[in-house]
Design a protein around this ligand. Structure first.
Ligand SMILES: NC(=O)C1=CN([C@@H]2O[C@H](COP(=O)(O)OP(=O)(O)OC[C@H]3O[C@@H](n4cnc5c(N)ncnc54)[C@H](O)[C@@H]3O)[C@@H](O)[C@H]2O)C=CC1
Ligand SMILES: CCCCCC(=O)/C=C/C=C\C=C\C=C\[C@@H](O)[C@@H](O)CCCC(=O)O
Length: 265
């Protein structure tokens, strides 16, 4: 299904990015894995070489919060694979204490990756069939009180995706751009909410977070990967947000007009 397609996944050394890499490979794509953690990334590449063959993946070390590193690695990927058809901005952290770093990775990193990919896809490949997936969160659609900056970055990813997808369509780029919004997933990221050096002033809200996790229940990376694949294949959507919860996946219906309650001045 994805034979001949080249995909890039950021934050692919573990967690959701690793699961996205697996499902892309299982469906015939070649995958450029990008991560700041080169030890885990290189270990994974060795494992994937054994499993899928040595020509299917290559690991590239880069920090998505660095303009220079992201731009350089993007060129390296083009030199290695020739072109890119699928680009997934997945790298993310949950660090309320160092909240500026969270903004730089979760939001600025997504904008950076989308612009690099869009520029390449529209010029080199005429856009046709190219797709960008931005990993947001259910926290991009509603408040996650113990992580307000994380929530802001994910709302930002959803808003950016909706606007840039329209810009792509109106400009005739032929590139679809969609957002993936999982609820809590069993990865190492989840540990962040129990670490005081990550939660900062919101450490007192640990039990509130736990009750949200209990309400939504942890989902497995493989379930999110299936939704990710659906979003790649579904050519009918652009600017969509696909929610993934334990009970299944569903597209968000955004209101054409927001509901308001008038006040008298
Ligand atoms: N685990 C969860 O409950 C949910 C996660 N998400 C989102 O999914 C994405 C992936 O998260 P997980 O797999 O859960 O986390 P994870 O912590 O398991 O994996 C994140 C990966 O991103 C890499 N990374 C971090 N900062 C980076 C940077 N500056 N440049 C390049 N790579 C970097 C890490 O080295 C790691 O390999 C994130 O955007 C996260 O916000 C969304 C909803 C729920
Ligand atoms: C710090 C731990 C990592 C967090 C990873 C992550 O992104 C998890 C998010 C999970 C969901 C939290 C959102 C809660 C939102 C509610 O406030 C609710 O309003 C959402 C409404 C949408 C719905 O369909 O239920």
């Amino acid at each position: 299904m994805l034979k001949g397609k080249v995909a890039v996944v950021s934050g692919s050394a573990q967690g959701l990015g690793k699961a996205f890499t697996h499902i892309l490979l299982e469906n015939g794509a070649q995958v450029a894995m990008l991560d700041v953690n080169h030890v885990m990334g290189q270990e994974l590449q060795v494992q994937l070489n054994h499993q899928y063959g040595s020509d299917r993946t290559q690991f590239f070390k880069a920090d998505v919060s660095s303009d220079q590193q992201f731009t350089d690695v993007f060129q390296e990927i083009i030199s290695k694979f020739g072109h890119i058809n699928i680009f997934c901005n997945n790298a993310g952290i949950a660090d309320e204490k160092n909240w500026e770093k969270t903004v730089s990775i979760n939001l600025s990193g997504v904008v950076r990756g989308t612009y690099l990919a869009l520029d390449h896809m529209k010029k080199e490949n005429g856009g046709n069939g190219c797709v960008i997936i931005n990993v947001a969160s259910l926290a991009g659609l509603g408040p996650f009180p113990s992580a307000p900056v994380y929530t802001a970055t994910k709302h930002g990813v959803v808003g950016f995706t909706r606007a840039i997808s329209m810009a792509s369509q109106v400009s005739g780029y032929g590139v679809r751009i969609n957002a993936l919004c999982p609820s809590f997933v069993r990865t190492t990221l989840i540990d962040s909410f129990k670490q005081e050096d990550k939660t900062g002033q919101f450490y007192n809200l640990v039990s509130l977070t736990q009750s949200l996790i209990d309400k939504f229940t942890l989902i497995e990376v493989e379930q999110v990967a299936k939704a990710f694949l659906h979003l790649i294949k579904d050519e009918s959507v652009n600017g969509a947000a696909l929610v993934v919860k334990s009970e299944g996946a569903a597209y968000v219906t955004f209101p054409k007009e927001v509901e308001t309650t008038p006040i008298s001045l």
